[in-house]
Design a protein around this ligand. Structure first.
Ligand code: CA2
Length: 155
């Protein structure tokens, strides 16, 4: 029988991204995490997909989410690991291990900021990276992921 259930993508946000919209608007804008998750749900729906959105301030919990994405046969992962992007070999290894197509998103342009933000371990485990588009980067990432996995926008 054909599988008619909607593909699910995991949208993972890392440390401090729960603070979006509450401070540093000059860097991260005014949108909240709830706004980001709504945007991801709406964009995914345009492609007939579901977005399962998670945020954690804990590296191990983010790794557990990646393992869960694999166990639940997620079609893709959008990840903004926040500062863990720049430090976490463990997150890199988890993304490599599950072999799920992943896109890394950064709200700010990490290459135009401090040098310690210029390197990303998680980017090396992703097939694409978006940085500097504000929260629109999540929408662009989902559209790009859909194209990569052969899912077309619904009419
Ligand atoms: O630009 C991004 O999306 C970052 O991943 C955000 C991280 C930062 O460590 C990365 O270098 C780039 C920080 C997230 C902190 O988010 C806040 C949002 C509002 C207020 C304070 C922090």
């Amino acid at each position: 029988m054909a599988n008619t259930s909607a593909a699910t993508i995991y949208v993972l946000n890392g440390p401090n991204l729960n603070l979006l919209g509450t401070r540093e608007p000059e860097t991260y804008g005014h949108a909240t995490l709830a706004d980001v998750e709504k945007l991801c749900a709406e964009t995914s729906a345009q492609f007939g997909m579901k977005a399962d959105c998670r945020q954690s301030n804990h590296e191990g919990e983010l790794i557990d989410f990646i393992h869960e994405a694999h166990a639940s046969k997620a079609a893709g992962i959008i990840i903004n690991a926040g500062a863990y992007s720049h430090t976490s070999i463990a997150l890199h290894d988890a993304l490599i291990a599950v072999k799920i197509p992943a896109v890394e998103v950064h709200i700010s342009n990490i290459h135009a900021r401090e040098s310690f933000r210029h390197h990303s371990f998680t980017a090396k485990a992703a097939f694409a990276t978006l940085s500097g588009f504000g929260i629109d980067g999540y929408r662009l990432a989902i559209a790009g992921l859909a194209g990569k996995i052969g899912v077309k926008a619904k009419a």
